[in-house]
Design a protein around this ligand. Structure first.
Ligand SMILES: NC(=O)c1ccc[n+]([C@@H]2O[C@H](COP(=O)([O-])OP(=O)(O)OC[C@H]3O[C@@H](n4cnc5c(N)ncnc54)[C@H](O)[C@@H]3O)[C@@H](O)[C@H]2O)c1
Length: 392
């Protein structure tokens, strides 16, 4: 057994201990086998928390073919999953070209169910001779793609997990907020006290990032194009500024919009010398790192931190080349386990709802059924000892 696998087994065991809601689901799936005889095509970061989700699918009788998102697969975890019977396609040292090959390999296996993170696997299955009976999509960005790029093309139900109010509160706001801010502090070894932090986007992730940066003592400014959310940021106590002025004061810039080209090279040029750039969104083009690299190639300071000397004489520092910081940064372990316990149970129970005829779901993107949300919220409250407690 490789040392990577031994370490991963320990981490998965630790993770499972802190996922009581998903563990309860595993027990139920073991007894009821909702996925017996089915194949699940799985595309999500492969790490200890998602390994427990895959355990739930295997316990429910599924065969699982899995790939991670680019650069986020932990190979010790992949080894453990393979030993449990999951077919993992990712290999150490594979290049970006492997993504297309793996997507098409899963699509051509004709999975009965698809679990996706970015809607690329769903896209690859759209023209399949045997399309899936249903799919789940994890992210905001994948939800955009389903509604904007694949309009009218999805002939099977796709439950967009991100649209669950539960996921928004527990995972996107608190989980992402806490882990993005912790990752930035860990990678840089820098305190945020009185640092001027500019957060782009005051959606669920942006709200959490602003909150946790504030809790760490930062002076937070929010840039948000939706005036209602911008007002919410102001009411929450943050300064709100336009994109045309905010970069000029920034010491730390964190993007969380899910949209490309939000911080372009011109904006980076206007930022103070020494600005630190990080992206929390799913797409790695929110900050225009390609143009930055072209104008000012980065010098590596540590595995996840680069310094760019701009032609105008200023320096800019960037974490994880603008990729999703809490996962792609060296040692990135993503959201806290408890947040993912909820988020990944939403995935498991939504996949079960797709094959449960009593739900009678219509084709196309749609939210998590209410009964699934309320059941998981109640289970999580119980797991925190918050319901059924005596008032004394
Ligand atoms: N880091 C993680 O672990 C993690 C976890 C979940 C989601 N995400 C990703 O984070 C991103 C944001 O997710 P969310 O749930 O907060 O989405 P959301 O839709 O709730 O919020 C996005 C916000 O960005 C704003 N926005 C869009 N373009 C903008 C611009 N040019 N300038 C300023 N604001 C702009 C929108 O008005 C919206 O309020 C997505 O890419 C999502 O996939 C990351």
């Amino acid at each position: 057994m490789s040392s990577e696998r031994r370490v991963a087994e320990g981490r998965i065991a630790w993770t499972r201990r802190h996922m009581p809601v998903l563990v309860e689901t595993i027990a139920e799936f073991t007894a009821e086998k909702p996925f017996e005889g089915m194949t699940v095509g799985f595309r999500l970061h492969l790490e200890p928390k998602t390994a427990v989700l895959i355990e739930a699918l295997l316990a429910g009788g599924a065969e699982v073919i899995a790939m991670g998102n680019e650069g986020t697969t932990q190979f010790g975890t992949a080894e453990v999953l393979s030993s449990q019977g999951c077919k993992v396609l990712d290999r150490q040292g594979q290049g970006p070209e492997a993504t297309a090959a793996h997507l098409s390999r899963i699509a051509s296996a004709g999975p009965d169910l698809v679990l996706d993170n970015g809607a690329e696997l769903i896209g690859a299955c759209l023209d399949s001779a045997s399309p899936p009976v249903g799919a789940t999509e994890e992210t905001t960005s994948g939800g955009f793609r389903l509604r904007e790029d694949y309009t009218g093309q999805v002939g099977f139900p796709v439950i967009v997990i991100n649209d669950s109010p539960l996921k928004s509160i527990v995972e996107n706001k608190h989980g992402v907020g806490e882990s993005v801010v912790d990752t930035i502090v860990r990678v840089t070894n820098m305190s945020l006290h009185k640092k001027r932090v500019v957060v782009y986007g005051y959606g669920w992730c942006g709200r959490g990032i602003a909150l946790y940066a504030h809790r760490r003592g930062a002076d937070v400014t929010v840039v948000e194009i939706d005036p209602i959310k911008a007002l919410e940021a102001a009411m929450d106590g943050f300064e709100v500024a336009e994109h045309s002025v905010a970069p000029a004061r920034a010491e730390v810039v964190i993007t969380a919009t899910g949209r490309p080209g939000v911080v372009d090279y011109t904006a980076i040029e206007q930022m103070p010398d020494g600005v630190l750039l990080a992206n929390a969104g799913h797409v790695d083009t929110e900050i225009d790192i390609r143009r930055l690299e072209h104008q000012a190639p980065g010098a590596e300071l540590s595995p996840s931190l680069k310094r760019h000397e701009l032609p105008n004489g200023k320096s800019a520092f960037c974490i994880a080349e603008g990729r999703i910081v809490n996962l792609a940064a060296h040692g990135g372990i993503g959201n806290p386990i408890e947040a993912m316990d909820l988020g990944l149970t939403l995935q498991a129970r939504s996949l079960a709802a797709l094959v449960d005829p009593s739900y009678d779901l219509s084709p196309g993107p749609q939210p998590v059924p209410d009964t699934v949300n309320t059941r998981i919220a109640t289970a999580m409250l119980h797991s925190m000892g918050q319901l059924g407690r005596s008032a004394t």
